[in-house]
Structure formats: C-alpha cells, structure tokens
Design a protein. Sequence first.
Lengths: 207, 146
Amino acid sequence: MEHHHEHVHSHSVTIENPSYFEILEISVRELLVEKGLISADEHRRQIEVLDSRSPALGAKVVAHAWANADYKKRLLKNGSAACEELGITMYDNTKLIVVENTPETHNVIVCTLCSCYPRPILGLPPDWYKSKSYRARIVKDPRQVLSEFGLNVSSQRRIRVHDSNANMRYLVLPIRPNGTEGWDENALAKIVTRDTMIGVAEPKGQK
Amino acid sequence: MNRREFAISLGTIAAVIAGGASEASESASGATTLKPKVVGGDKCQSAGKFAVGQSVQIRNDIQPIGHYRMPIYVRGKIGTIERILPCFINPEEEGYGKNAGTMDRLYRVRISQTKLWKDYNGSPSDVLEIEVFESWIKSVTANSTN
C-alpha cells in the first residue's frame, strides 16, 4: 500500500541518544572484540545466561535443603558446591554463602556500596534492593526497615545484617514453616519467594 | 544507562574474560579464554594472618579516595573475625592498574550493632557482618579506640 503523506513519521524512527556510560560500555566492548579478547557471541551468550536466572532456582535449592538434611548441611558448608549439585553454576566467579534463619537468628542481605546480589541463583535484583534508601537504612535500623516490609522480628531474636561488598554472595535459608509437613519439594518451592531468600520476608505455610 | 548499569555491563564482560562463562565457551567461536593476570598468589597459599574469633579493627588510618571497597561507616570499628575466606584479586583501583592483579586474603568481620551506631535501638545481640580484605585489618591493641 502506497503512502502519500507529506509529513515525516518521526515517532517510528526515534533513536535515543546513547548516554555517556552507554558510549563508554560500547567502546570498551567493541575494542575487546576487535582485539580478539572476547567474541561478540560470547558476550551475547553471557547476557543470555544472566537473563535465564530467576528466584525459581533459589527456591529449588531451599526446598531441597528443607527436604534433605544431608543436603542442607552441604549447602551451609559450601553454598556454591551445593548449588552446582543441582546444576546451578556460579558463572560470575563469586562464591555463595548460605545463612540459616533459626528461632534465635534472623538474617538479611544488603550491598551498601552498590548492588551485589546472588544473580546466578536469584536473577536480577529488585529495584528496592538497589535503592539508596534500603542500602543506607537496613544496616542502621534493620528492625524498623523489616517492619516496613511487614516483617516484625522478635526482640528475642538476633538480627544478622550481611553487607555483601566483595566476592561473596549471600542466600538466606528461611525457616520451613509449620503446616508444610508431607509437602513435596515442588509444593515447598512455591512458598519460597525472592524476598524470603533476601531476608525481608518469611515463607507462609498455608496454601 | 547510569554508572551502576555501566559497572554491571563491564562485569558481564569481565565474566567472559575470566572464563566464568563456561557456558559461553561452548560456542564455536574459537576465542581464547583469558585468565586475569595474578601476582602475589604465593602469599595466599598460607593461612591468613588473623584467626576466627580474634578481635580486630578495621583501619581508619588510611582514607583513600577512589574505587575503595571499605564503606566509611565501618572504618575504625572493632569486631571479630567471623570466618576466613579465600584470596581474591584486590579490586581497589585495579581498573587504574594500581594493584596489577595482587591477591589479598578476604575475611568476614562481625561487628556489634551497638558498637557501630551509638543510638542503636534494636537488640544488643544484633550484629553486622562484612567482608574485609587483610590490607584493611589490624590487630586490636590495648589502646585501640572505637
């Protein structure tokens, strides 16, 4: 079908001007490709791997640990190796530490310097995790911040805040809730949400 | 794209270079997988200088400016070694060639929240735990102050 419009369809050809950092990233990447240090396909594949990860992987790990005491021991001793047992690779040269919630202790994770997050096992972090407000406040007033998430931690329980600022990544192993006796791992995994593995929520037992 | 997203993009590139993306190397591209140049690894063959449970102070006598991974809110604070971690490349100013692939021992240090914040109003048993490179840690002496 022919068009005889005089005006330009500018909305259909809009290309955003790249920002300073986009230009920098493209320059560095293209130089590395040009010099043969990485290939464009490897770079593309790495993004594909990154995007393929989601909290469902972490939920699978937690459910397996709840159902299998020996696996739980291995997971707490060496998080990375235990994840690899389930086929989950820590592709980014970080190592995973799993911290266990108990009736005496509650764990919560933050990265005050940036947004360090166990991406291989949880995927991309939520926006609030990257916010300056969460990063600044959770280390100073964890009980207040957790209550804003709807989680009131008893004053009898110790709170351990983990500031993830270097090479380790952290996953919270929540307490298996009452009322989940006899559930299979698939049913258990469904109640293990992203936030329960960051430590700002607790899994609920009722279906 | 902002500064953080840029850093993450570079992280993706770094993961390819470090060969962390073993899945990526399945491609038939033929590109050589590079390992980062590492020096000073011998120092890290031995055990760390500090022991689990030992009282230590995070240094505050150096106040470098630039890409440093030691948040200011814990500098000068006294805590205990929670666990000893492997050695990693010291990332501080690495991008400017300062450390040139130097390995440094990493620890986790546990600090009481009431020692960290003078107006802390949670439970006295609450703690903060953070990764600290050996170069940022010193032994606690009798006259160490918080």
